[in-house]
Design a protein around this ligand. Structure first.
Ligand SMILES: [Zn+2]
Length: 387
């Protein structure tokens, strides 16, 4: 038995009595329904069958599966009452109609095709057949769409066979057979569509362009629709006001104020970097100056500095290491006459004791290793160069 799709007869209907014709686990099949199944970038409807929550609606071949939280209290042939989560549905009807308006305007004013669409909880995403799209044009598109909403064209439907529909030369080819349902929005869009739309563009209230993403060479334009627009404006206003208070700035001086702070931060970071480097080399020089041989090994775990800051200019072997938890970081400097030693041989004969990973080029080498045999490794290193 074919399910009666009451959402096409009246997309504004919010409740309906229907009969259960089949149950498969948590999927309920009915003789008629007001629940729209997921498709065309529009999510499935939610709501209630009697008191039981419908969490999603999906197409299952020719049937419509109402996915409920728990089907235990329902049985085939039960007469049930359907209640739609109307705010969820109406949001998506508005968003979907907004997408028609935007895609229609993109096609007629900018010669841009729509490749795919997605209706998210927050954003409406339209992927276009372009690898770039001028932001000024995005705002022009937003203005054109909002003017159309104020004008308030009605949305109507035509039904015809495929041959007749193809003669209309619509912006998208027809992918289905049989009787074709065409949505017609005044001069803005005319296209075969099985989705749900509002009756008049005025119901969309407002469209806001919020940005773009570039994915796989295509632009995706992001919009917000209806009351999400005023929510976004208010959220932005709140953020700007808070930033103005934090920076003691006005709306006009906020950006300059922020740029100046960023510049100051970068200056301070540069200064800290220089001081850290100076401090590193002060400590290294102290270690080197107190040496009693030219083979210097030191545990620098207590010092906060990077090996890359170490600057040595001396005829010595300097082996520094840090132990963090049981991980070892090591640094080796082979200066002056010690450059004659082959690092690869040294690694095999000595640094293998700490399972050294890493490398470098003369005079500096560094890497990671295992801390367990560090004392043995130091003894071996001193012995190696004193041979
Ligand atoms: Zn549609």
């Amino acid at each position: 038995m074919k399910v009666i799709k009451q959402y096409y007869n009246n997309p504004y209907q919010q409740d309906l009595s229907a009969k259960i014709v089949n149950i498969e686990d948590n999927k309920i099949y009915l003789d008629k329904t007001i629940f729209y199944p997921e498709g065309g970038g529009q999510p499935g409807d939610r709501g209630y069958i009697n008191e039981i929550r419908v969490i999603d609606t999906q197409k299952n071949e020719d049937q419509i599966a109402h996915i409920v939280e728990n089907s235990n209290s329902l049985k085939v042939n039960d007469e049930v009452i359907l209640n739609l989560d109307w705010s969820h549905r109406y949001e998506f009807m508005k968003m979907h109609t907004a997408q028609h308006l935007l895609s229609g305007l993109l096609y007629s004013h900018f010669k841009v095709d729509t490749l795919s669409v997605h209706q998210g909880d927050l954003n409406l995403t339209i992927e276009i057949d372009r690898d770039e799209f001028n932001e000024d044009d995005c705002y022009k598109l937003e203005d054109l769409a909002n003017k159309a909403i104020i004008k308030g064209s009605s949305v109507s439907y035509l039904e015809m066979d495929k041959k007749a529909a193809e003669k209309l030369d619509m912006r998208r080819s027809i992918k289905v057979d049989g009787l074709i349902r065409i949505v017609d929005i005044d001069s803005f869009d005319q296209i075969a569509c099985g989705g749900l739309h509002v009756n008049n563009l005025q119901e969309i209230e407002k469209i806001m362009y919020v940005g773009f993403e570039k994915i796989r060479k295509h632009y995706r334009l992001l919009f917000r629709v209806s009351d999400k627009v005023s929510k976004t404006y208010r959220a932005l206003d709140k953020i700007v006001k808070e930033l103005c208070t934090i920076h003691s700035a006005t709306l006009e001086t906020l950006v300059d104020c922020d740029k100046a702070l960023l510049e100051k931060k970068l200056d301070l970071e540069r200064e800290v970097r220089t001081l850290k480097k100076d401090n590193t080399n002060y400590i290294i020089n102290k270690i080197i100056n107190n040496r009693d041989s030219n083979i210097v090994c030191a545990n620098i775990s207590n010092y906060d500095f990077d090996f890359k800051d170490v600057e040595v200019d001396s005829d010595i072997v300097l082996f520094l290491y840090k132990i963090e938890d049981s991980n070892l970081k090591w640094y080796l400097y082979l200066g002056g006459s010690f450059k004659k030693y082959d690092f690869k041989t040294l690694r095999v004969n000595v640094l293998s004791l700490i399972d050294a990973k890493g490398g470098g080029r003369y005079p500096t080498f560094q890497g990671r290793g295992d801390a367990i045999n560090i004392s043995k490794c130091i003894d071996s290193l001193v012995g190696y160069f004193n041979e």
